[in-house]
Design a protein around this ligand. Structure first.
Ligand code: NAG
Ligand code: NAG
Ligand code: NAG
Ligand code: NAG
Ligand code: NAG
Length: 490
């Protein structure tokens, strides 16, 4: 008697199609930065944003110990960053690289297993950016080499790879056709060395893409083309057709890699996103359209015209949270890249791994009192502009810029906005709402429409709270480990 395998195969197929691990063909993670005056506590970010929203990978700009400790035992894949300022010393000293690895990597990876799942070390942060000139260029490959040697000595080189996140201005196409992409001539020798290093160690090329800035700089670029709209006018390059600027940008890089002799190198997107405030076109609704277009494109597994069916293996969205201390040299939008506000509230919806469900906001955020600082309308305000400028130069007034969420509120509402921001940044201390007698503390929320008057997060933890938090993280990671061992086959 012959056994009919067909029903079994059908069942297996159904199972395979429903495998939760196959949700993302191309994995999506987030950049998690901490340039913030009042950051959410790292343990809260991990437990109440990353885990609840099923975010499986994070990219960090440094090796902040509170952040790394909070990721321990979670199974979340981590990229640890090395700031550009450290490249010089790491490239000139093997010892410095050894101490960096010892202090910032080895201690999070216990020999007994567990710890932090560090997958990559990012050496430098866009060190070849045109606006930086040559200041980091000659140290990058040396630093990467020394960190690699230190990893090998620590027997960790099989666990993690070294990457160098590059800005997309390291390559260009004079005609704008992707097929004519090539690396910047002034980088020729450095790039040749870097690509050989990456190739030898099986590392991917990591590129940061900034479509928002491209749109601001290049008036020829259409919004529809950037936002993955089907109605966008396609661009023809020989027999290839480009339907969005993401593919065109990626293929300009692929052409550059091919020309340099590394056409098969894997590519990872280290940073891509859309800001929501501080400039025209920077709104939650445009950001949602961009993110949805990007994620749908990645999930479709379409790839690009030059690499069909091969989307970037990993893409790190920029970014998880707003950071009010980021430099605004390239624009006031720089402090508003977050998918979530500084206090962990989703600005819009996008599938970060949680599927069709809405994003979950951070819960039980420990705010300061419900108090705001506004301008006292009963006073003579003829001299208020000096206080206004002073508040803005120390606080964050980027939401007042043209196109920003508070641009529409009229005088003296915008003065109140500045006063309040200064007051919250100074932890609501009484004298930070003085302004020569023109400030007034109120318990009525002065927010108007989209323009939100913030209340800061309590920034210092009492030691008792710290102990409790550590206790809870240990208990939670134990539960998670038991859960993973018992039920999951991912
Ligand atoms: C470890 O990383 C931190 C944060 O990036 C840095 O300040 C520190 O200098 C590093 N340690 C060493 C030994 O380089
Ligand atoms: C925009 O298009 C015009 C006309 O085709 C061209 O001359 C110009 O160089 C383009 N600008 C950019 C930044 O691509
Ligand atoms: C460097 O220049 C040479 C000669 O023009 C070229 O063949 C090579 O592809 C360039 N390398 C890179 C990485 O651009
Ligand atoms: C405003 O400033 C000027 C010059 O410093 C001063 O003479 C004037 O008294 C001030 N007015 C008020 C209402 O404080
Ligand atoms: C504040 O509002 C007034 C009136 O709308 C406007 O003239 C002024 O430029 C605003 N200041 C800032 C910094 O937004």
């Amino acid at each position: 008697m012959r056994f009919d395998h067909r029903p079994v195969i059908a069942v297996l197929l159904v199972l395979a199609l429903h495998q939760p691990c196959l949700h993302f063909v191309s994995a999506v993670g987030v950049n998690w930065g901490t340039f913030s005056s009042h950051p959410l506590p790292p343990s809260k970010v991990v437990q109440s944003l990353l885990r609840t929203n099923n975010i499986g990978r994070v990219k960090l700009s440094d090796a902040n110990s509170d952040v790394l400790e909070s990721l321990s035992g979670t199974g979340i894949g981590v990229v640890v960053g090395i700031p550009n300022e450290m490249l010089k010393s790491l490239s000139s000293s093997k010892k410095a690289a050894q101490s960096w690895v010892h202090d910032n990597i080895t201690r999070y990876i216990p020999a007994t297993g567990g710890g932090v799942r560090i997958e990559y070390i990012a050496v430098g942060d866009e060190p070849f950016l045109l606006s930086y000139g040559q200041q980091f260029q000659s140290f990058v490959v040396g630093a990467a080499t020394n960190v690699h040697l230190a990893l090998t000595a620590a027997k960790l080189s099989s666990k993690m790879k070294i990457i160098v996140p590059c800005s997309s201005d390291v390559y260009q196409s004079d005609s704008n056709f992707p097929s004519e992409g090539h690396f910047r001539p002034d980088l020729n020798k450095t790039m040749t060395d870097l690509l050989s290093f990456l190739d030898k160690n099986g590392s991917p090329f990591v590129v940061d893409i900034n479509p928002f800035l491209s749109l601001q700089k290049n008036k020829n670029l259409s919004m529809d083309f950037v936002l993955f709209q089907t109605k966008a006018h396609a661009v023809k390059d020989g027999h290839l057709k480009y339907k969005n600027s993401f593919d065109a940008n990626m293929d300009t890089l692929i052409s550059s890699l091919s020309k340099a002799g590394f056409g098969d190198m894997d590519v990872i997107v280290g940073r891509i996103g859309w800001p929501t405030d501080g400039a025209l076109n920077a709104t939650p609704s445009v950001a949602q359209t961009f993110m949805k277009g990007l994620i749908d494109h990645l999930q479709s597994n379409a790839g690009t015209p030059l690499r069909p069916k091969k989307p970037p293996a990993e893409t790190y969205l920029f970014s998880l949270l707003d950071e009010d201390q980021r430099s605004i040299t390239s624009g006031n939008f720089e402090r508003h890249w977050g998918i979530f506000t500084f206090d962990g509230q989703a600005k819009y919806n996008v599938d970060l791994g949680q599927g069709s469900k809405n994003l979950v906001n951070a819960r039980n955020v420990d705010y300061l009192a419900s108090k705001w600082c506004v301008v006292n309308n009963n006073k003579d305000l003829s001299n208020v502009s000096a206080s206004f400028s002073n508040a803005c130069s120390h606080g964050d007034c980027t939401a007042l810029s043209p196109g920003g969420s508070c641009f529409g509120i009229s005088w003296p509402g915008n003065v109140s906005y500045a006063f309040n921001n200064y007051y919250q940044q100074h932890d609501q201390s009484g004298d930070s709402c003085d302004f020569g007698g023109l400030g007034l503390i109120t318990t009525v929320d002065p927010s108007v429409g989209e323009c939100r008057f913030q209340v800061a997060i309590r920034s210092s933890f009492s030691s008792l709270q710290r102990v409790l938090v550590i206790w809870w993280s240990v208990a939670l990671s134990a539960c998670v480990s038991i859960y993973l061992l018992g039920f999951s086959w991912c």
